[in-house]
Structures are given as C-alpha cells and as structure tokens.
Design a protein around this ligand. Structure first.
Ligand SMILES: Cc1cc2nc3c(=O)[nH]c(=O)nc-3n(C[C@H](O)[C@H](O)[C@H](O)COP(=O)(O)OP(=O)(O)OC[C@H]3O[C@@H](n4cnc5c(N)ncnc54)[C@H](O)[C@@H]3O)c2cc1C
Length: 404
C-alpha cells in the first residue's frame, strides 16, 4: 500500500523530509504557509554528516554548483586578532567520506525543492496548517488554503513548521521557546566590495568576551556571510516580528550595538564589520535539549527540525539536524515497511532524540566557550594554541551515520 504523508512547513526540514519520504515510496504533499518559497535567511554551514546525506540523495553535483568547500576553519582572538588554531577542512572527505560546505540558505532550499519535485513531491504555498488530530487509522489536518478552510486526511503528518511551531503546542503543549539572551546580527557582503585583505574563502570564528563573529563564503565564493553574535535582550518587539527572518534596526542603532559589543576588538575585525552594509537581526530562541522520544512523535504526527529541537547556532547544525532527521525518517519508512505508521514513526523517534539532545546541549556549551571571559577565556586560548585542530575536529558529530 502507498501511504499518503502531509508535511507542514516548506523550510529545510520540510523539503528534506518530503524528498526522503518520496524516495522511500510515500506520496507526499508539502503545505507551506508563505505565499511563495522566498529567498530568506543567510548562510549555513554543512558538516560532512550532512553533505554525506545530500550525496546519498544524488545531490553532489547540484551542491557543487552553488556551495563553497572552504579549505580551512580558523579560530582567532577577537581582541588581538591572533590566529589561535586552524582545522583543515580539505581532508574532511578523506576522514568522514564527505566534504565540509558553506551555502546560502535559499540555494539549499532550492536544491531540495527541485529534487523533491523530481521525486513527485507536490508543494502547495499559501497553505497554513492550523490543526492536527490523531484519529484511529489516520491523521486529520485542518488548513487554510488560498482563502478556503479545508480538512485533509493522511497516514501521517510531518510537523516541520519551525521554532515557533503552533502544531507543537497542540501536540505537546509545552509552551513557547525560550529567549536565549543572545542576538545574531547577519550580513551578506560581496567579496568584490571588500578590501583585498578582508576577502576570504575560509571559515573564521573570532572569539571575544561575550561576543563572537563567524564569517564564511557563500554563492560560489562571491559573497561573504558575516554573523556577529552578542548577548542582550531586544525590548519592545512584537512576537510576529520575532518570528520572521527580516528583523532590522536602524543603521545607526545597529552600528552602535555592534561597536559596543566589539569594544576592544582588533582593527581587522572592526574593518570587516564596518564593511558590511545592511544587517538583519535575529534574537535567538531555543528549548532545553530533548527529553524523550515523545517530543518527536505523537501518534501519526512526527515533529522534526526546529519544531522538535530548536538549538543555538554555535555548532552550526540546526539545518544539519533537520536533514539528518529527514534521512532517518526515510530510512525507517523503508526499514520498517511491514509495520504500521505509528510504529515506523516511533522507530524514527527512538533513533533520533538522543542525537538531537546531544547536539542541542553541545551547542549551548560551545556558546559559553566562544563567549568566555577571565580564566576560562585564558584556558580556551591556551588549549587552542596547544591542541589546535584536535580540539576543533568533532568526530562524534561529523562521523555520525543515520540508520547506523
Ligand atoms: C544565526 C543563525 C545561524 C545559523 N547557522 C546555521 C548553520 O551554519 N548550519 C545549520 O545547519 N543551521 C544553522 N542555523 C539553523 C537553521 O537555520 C535552522 O535550524 C533550520 O532552518 C530549521 O529548518 P526547519 O525546516 O526546521 O524550520 P524553518 O526553516 O523555520 O522552516 C519552517 C517553515 O514552516 C513554515 N510554517 C510555519 N508555520 C506553518 C504552518 N502552520 N503551516 C504551514 N507552514 C508553516 C514557515 O513559513 C517555514 O517556511 C542557523 C540559525 C540561525 C538563527
């Protein structure tokens, strides 16, 4: 029997799970609230744990046409500019069987969309999923589509509606995500607009007290994605604004925030930040690490990506974990084909929740290390100088294989 699966959300998690389930033989429809899949977001880094999956889905050459494969990951002091350590990314393929890539989020979304459509996945925009009910042998999904209210039945619903998931509230009722007290300012700048000494095809993390900056190339290397992560709250912003990708302060207010956060930083870092024209601002939200498989599955509804495990971006793995989720879901759909849908979803949840919890927890810890002050900062820098790449390489993360 061919099962019908609906997916709420056409972000990275929704499209990847659509592709993965269609490859496993399901009939899939993605329901996306936005009127169109637009170019939102900025850069994302993809570790070999993620590019390995994209490659298994036949997307290596599509990835090569839009992504960058940086040669190095550098850790620098934001204050002195000192190069503390370098991890070579060149031999990631030799070590982990897949490369380390950086890509614009919109390029990743397009790549997944095209591959999903080739597999027969139908994507409906302007389709706002409002309610989900677990029935005895199906799931009932209420949605508003182009002005009409509809209810559809399916064998399963994938809940991939992001960090502010309304469907999670219906299924788990565990409240809103928490504000982390961290803010991400993000800019994209054409490399050709930068002075030559600031142009780079490498990934660099600049670590300072209560602040860090990450930079890496995207769009074939022609653009540089720059993210400045600071500590602080954002006052007086409506929830709806928080939920978008395009929050902005005035140029003067942004400049003042960044200058305050980077007090004492080296001239090169100031020059980089000054060279970036337009900054978008994302207040970062997360949840405590997953506490059990029940946070992934409720009957015939399966939560994945940020809806299930929103995380701080300090391991650069939020989209990566959504793609790992998708791959595992497709794997279990096939591996457990003789069992009913709730059992297949349960096998997925059992396989995934501890991995996601571990990545969430390590991301929190990484943020503390990046933003360290005093003796912890001293110990971090000394450790990086001494152990270098051995501290920066993450075999437990990059070597993970789904279905293993
Ligand atoms: C500063 C920053 C840097 C990051 N860097 C990285 C990185 O380097 N590497 C990495 O892997 N990850 C990174 N991430 C994380 C990554 O962006 C997210 O984890 C990832 O986009 C989550 O994908 P998702 O599909 O779960 O959710 P989303 O991308 O949020 O998609 C959810 C979709 O659901 C739709 N939707 C919402 N509600 C409904 C509804 N009721 N009905 C229908 N549709 C609905 C939304 O419109 C949206 O399209 C970063 C995040 C931030 C904030």
């Amino acid at each position: 029997m061919t099962e019908k699966v609906l997916i709420a959300g056409g972000g990275i998690g929704g499209l990847a799970s659509g592709l993965s389930l269609a490859r496993a033989g399901a009939v899939v429809r993605v329901l996306e609230r936005a009127p169109a899949l637009t170019e939102v977001g900025a850069g994302v880094q993809l570790g070999p744990n993620v590019t390995r999956i994209l490659s298994a889905w036949g997307l290596s050459s599509a990835l090569e046409s839009v992504a960058v494969f940086p040669a190095n990951l550098h850790a620098r002091s934001a204050l002195s500019g000192e190069l503390l350590a370098t991890l070579s990314l060149r031999d990631m393929s030799a070590r982990y069987g897949a490369p380390y890539a950086t890509i614009h989020r919109a390029d990743l979304q397009t790549l997944l969309l095209q591959a999903a459509e080739v597999q027969g996945v139908v994507v409906r925009c302007d389709a706002h999923v409002q309610d989900v009910q677990n029935l005895e042998n199906a799931v009932a999904v209420a949605l508003a589509h182009q002005g009409s209210e509809l209810t559809e039945r399916a064998d399963a619903l994938v809940v991939a509606d992001g960090v502010w998931s309304v469907l999670r509230q219906q299924l788990l009722g565990d409240g809103a995500p928490r504000m982390t007290g961290h803010l991400a300012y993000r800019a994209l700048v054409a490399q050709s607009d930068l002075p030559v000494h600031l142009r780079t095809q490498d990934v660099t993390v600049w670590m300072g007290p209560r602040v860090h900056v990450v930079q890496y190339p995207v769009r074939g290397g022609e653009w540089l994605n720059v993210v400045c992560l600071t500590e602080g709250q954002l006052e007086g912003v409506a929830l709806q604004e928080l939920q978008g990708w395009n929050l902005r302060k005035t140029a003067a207010a942004t400049r003042a925030d960044l200058q305050a956060a980077l007090t004492g930083a080296c001239p090169t870092l100031h020059a980089l930040v000054d060279a970036c024209g337009e900054w978008r601002l994302w207040p970062l939200c997360d949840r405590v690490p997953m506490r059990g498989a029940h946070e992934h599955v409720q009957g015939r509804a399966v939560l994945l990506g940020d809806a299930a495990h929103p995380m701080r971006p300090y391991l650069a793995q939020g989209a990566g974990m959504a793609i790992e989720d998708a791959a595992e879901l497709g794997h279990q759909w096939t591996a457990q084909a003789g069992r009913d849908v709730p059992m297949r979803l349960n096998a997925f949840a059992q396989a995934r929740w501890q991995r996601n919890a571990q990545v969430q927890a390590r991301a929190i810890r990484n943020g503390d290390v990046f933003h360290a002050t005093g003796p912890v900062q001293w110990a971090r820098d000394a450790g990086l100088r001494m152990l270098g790449a051995r501290l920066m390489d993450l075999p437990w993360l990059y070597g993970h294989r789904h279905g293993a």
